[in-house]
Design a protein around this ligand. Sequence first.
Ligand code: PLP
Length: 232
Amino acid sequence: MFDPFEEACSLAAARGAWVHVDGAFGLWAAVSDRHRHLLSGVDRADSWTTDGHKWLNVPFDSGFAFVRHTAAHRAAMSTRANYLAHAADTAAEAGMVPARDQMDWNPEWSRRARAVPVYAAIRSLGRRGIAEMIDRCVDHAHRLVAEIGDLPGVEVLARPVINQGLVRFLATDGDHDSHTDQVIGRIQRDGATWFGGTTWNGMRAMRISVVNWRTGDQDVDRTVAAVRTALG
Ligand SMILES: Cc1ncc(COP(=O)(O)O)c(C=O)c1O
């Protein structure tokens, strides 16, 4: 789901509030010509976060924060201690332009070089490759919800806006919640596909979410067949 960012940012600006957008998945939609409109107004936010380990498909844990206000970001993140060497100080001593000092940018002092796989993924896919991956996952999610929804005894609760939707399984005895959990359990044990359960508007539901770059049309076919078997 996407909030109405134009409206939210106007309301927040009028009251001097900071708008943060949790775009863990959704911010990637901005790469796609088909889905960019969902993020209209998001550029007015004060900060965004998103994850490389979700739709960019790089390993855990590659989160990014984008902060409009340099001073606020710097004040929240920088640390100084007498025993630490800081790029600004060492560069000044050598009469050089300081390199970016990692301690001014993120909460950790020690971390692995997460930026390397992120850089490699972005360089190898390019803007078009990322957009194709986003659009492909969205198409798979729509097809999964539509085709699972067409099976007897399935109710679609939420069609995907991008890559996630919800269905539930209707019981003949009326206990749809228990039946939905039982069918989810059968699908998970079958192992062809994995969907989690959730509660939405007081109803148990199965959450359909597609994010893997390798998921293809045949996987969607196999998945629909696995759900049909679990229902049978
Ligand atoms: C919207 C949203 N925010 C935050 C998170 C959690 O992010 P992380 O994996 O970086 O802890 C998720 C995970 O699915 C998410 O969907």
